[in-house]
Design a protein around this ligand. Structure first.
Ligand SMILES: [Zn+2]
Length: 209
């Protein structure tokens, strides 16, 4: 998806401006969770859920619920590391709780020392919902996610997108079970959709979609 950035209302913009005028060492990443930002957080979340058609920015799954508790406002460049991007509209999106938890504080910038927000895809290791189309980087077949690019591979591993296939076939010892590793690597190495590899994975899934 290519997501449209949020435009803050007047009240929210006042809060954003006050934060953005702080010296960088004084920017506290925990400010995001403060009571003062409760309404802003709610508006940002609602905006991105709608802008993304209720699809998580990383797993691209449609969350068919009106309950916003299953969503997080996602800071693509993590706010604990880059507090100065906390309100940057192109740094914000909506992610499902599972993807956001898996990604955690993963560094996604190719240059972690940046102080101005990058304006293009090449500065990010992860699929960026404002700059990239999911399908250009990941092939999803039912429960299986396969990388088409290095960004796709990074996103699959850092957001734990193998969790769906793992759950589906009731994998145990998931940390050591690498049964699809060869197939995933084959697809990635070829840089194209290796249909045989995909079919091999699908064949191992019971009742694949
Ligand atoms: Zn997700």
């Amino acid at each position: 998806m290519i997501v449209t950035p949020v435009v803050y209302c007047e009240d929210d913009q006042t809060l954003v401006d006050a934060f953005n005028h702080l010296p960088r060492p004084n920017m506290d990443s925990n400010y995001w969770s403060s009571d003062e930002l409760k309404d802003l957080r709610g508006r940002v979340k609602t905006f991105y859920i709608t802008a993304q058609g209720s699809r998580c920015c990383y797993c691209n799954r449609h969350l068919g619920t009106e309950n916003h508790r299953v969503w997080d406002v996602e800071h693509i460049a993590d706010r604990s590391k880059h507090a100065w991007f906390m309100f940057t509209p192109t740094n914000l999106a909506a992610a499902c709780l599972d993807c956001n938890t898996a990604k955690s504080s993963t560094e996604v910038l190719t240059n972690a020392r940046r102080v101005t927000y990058p304006s293009g895809s090449q500065h990010f290791k992860i699929i960026h919902p404002h700059f990239n189309r999911f399908a250009d980087h990941i092939l999803r077949v039912g429960q299986v996610y396969l990388p088409k690019t290095s960004k796709g591979k990074f996103t699959i591993y850092k957001c734990d997108l193998l969790r769906f296939a793992e759950k589906y076939i009731e994998w145990e010892n998931r940390a050591v079970d690498r049964r699809f590793e060869t197939e995933v690597s084959t697809v990635f190495a070829d840089g194209l959709m290796a249909q045989a590899a995909v079919e091999n994975i699908i064949a191992q899934l019971p009742n694949a979609e």
